[in-house]
Design a protein around this ligand. Structure first.
Ligand code: PMP
Length: 340
């Protein structure tokens, strides 16, 4: 018989899928590392389990303890699944810009959800960074995960995601493109791939309103780069320790509108029903292609972090798109069709 001991045994070994329609102008083979096949429907299951196992191993997490994390939802989902199997309590501290679906899903898997305002400074006592830290000092037998600075985050991708991509491409991968939030995915995968072949190029996808691109290019943490944005999962107003800027060749920034439009296009043109950061990642890849970054014979891997079901009330909802002026092109195309 072939079965996993519990749901955690199904984490990883996700498929790689060739992209077609959306990348027809890219001269290279473009492959999507399709992370929604993890049990929590996101890549974050991998690092959630790794962070818990490392904390168990060195005693930071004790039997029956409470796990506390500031999470945009996906890490919380991964931690919640592991908490169920391993007998811990789970508290997710989440910012109010996150989708309602993400909050409901976290509650569905037994997590307590604490909602904090988005548009306050990280140092503000109401920010989700501050609230998570405070809860962890006030709650007995608790452990604050801190995915931003926790080295087990990038380690999970160094030990599982990176080797899978290398093996699935038979060592032929030439470029790796991925959205950057905590930096765990890009840093772990990028380090592994560059150790196998130093010529592999690693590109991060950033969002307008985030500090990464400017910091990578200038070494300056420029507060003028920081302003509110809609895109979920990527971009930061801090520099997490998990971002290893040395292994990143460059960043490209994608607008909120493009991220939303391309998330919809992935679903409609590739049958890939994915989350908001996948739209950013594929648009970032196409921007790099316009800059002539890829050639014939290249094997470009783009990683898609999470599933579209968490965004049905957002970019997959026409009213939501229209309210933000994100639907113009689709409307123009529709008008042209009617005219003809
Ligand atoms: N996309 C989504 C949907 C995410 O939840 C995250 C994690 N914040 C990312 C991208 C970025 O991944 P990482 O934190 O590993 O940089």
């Amino acid at each position: 018989m072939d079965y996993a001991e519990n749901i955690l045994g199904t984490i990883g070994n996700t498929p790689m899928v060739k992209m077609n329609a959306l990348v027809k102008d890219v001269p290279a083979l473009v492959l999507a590392k399709y992370e929604t096949f993890n049990p929590g429907n996101s890549v974050k299951d991998r690092m959630a389990l790794q962070m818990i196992e490392d904390a168990e191993a060195d005693g930071r997490l004790q039997p029956g303890g409470t796990i506390i994390e500031g999470t945009s939802g996906n890490t919380g989902m991964g931690l919640a699944l592991a908490a169920i199997i391993k007998g811990y309590k789970m508290v997710c501290v989440i910012s109010d810009k996150q989708s309602k679906e993400k909050m409901d899903i976290l509650r569905a898997v037994g997590s307590e959800v604490v909602v904090c305002p988005t548009n306050v400074e990280p140092e503000d006592p109401r920010s989700y960074y501050s609230v998570s830290k405070r809860l962890s000092t006030e709650t007995p037998n608790s452990w604050y995960v801190n995915q931003y600075d926790n080295p087990s985050n990038a380690k999970a991708h160094y030990q599982s995601t990176g080797p899978e991509i290398w093996e699935q491409t038979e060592g032929k991968v030439t470029h790796f493109i991925v959205g950057v939030g905590t930096g765990g995915t890009i840093s772990g995968v990028g380090k592994y791939l560059k150790e196998q072949n130093p010529n592999v190029k690693v590109w991060g996808v950033d969002t307008y309103g985030s500090v990464f691109k400017k910091y990578h290019e200038t070494g300056v943490f420029d507060e003028n780069e920081i302003y509110p944005y809609i895109t979920e999962g990527i971009g930061e107003d801090i520099l997490p320790e998990n971002v290893n800027f040395d292994i990143i060749d460059g960043f490209t920034k994608v607008t909120d509108k493009d991220a939303a439009v391309y998330t919809r296009r992935l679903a409609k043109e590739e049958g890939m029903f994915l989350g908001n950061s996948a739209g950013s990642a594929i648009k970032g890849l196409l921007q790099l292609n316009e800059e002539g970054k890829f050639g014939p014979g290249d094997v470009v891997v783009v990683l898609f972090h999470d599933h579209g079901s968490r965004y049905v009330g957002k970019m997959f909802n026409d009213d939501w798109m229209r309210e933000r002026g994100f639907l113009e092109e689709e409307i123009t195309v529709a008008k042209d069709l009617i005219k003809n």
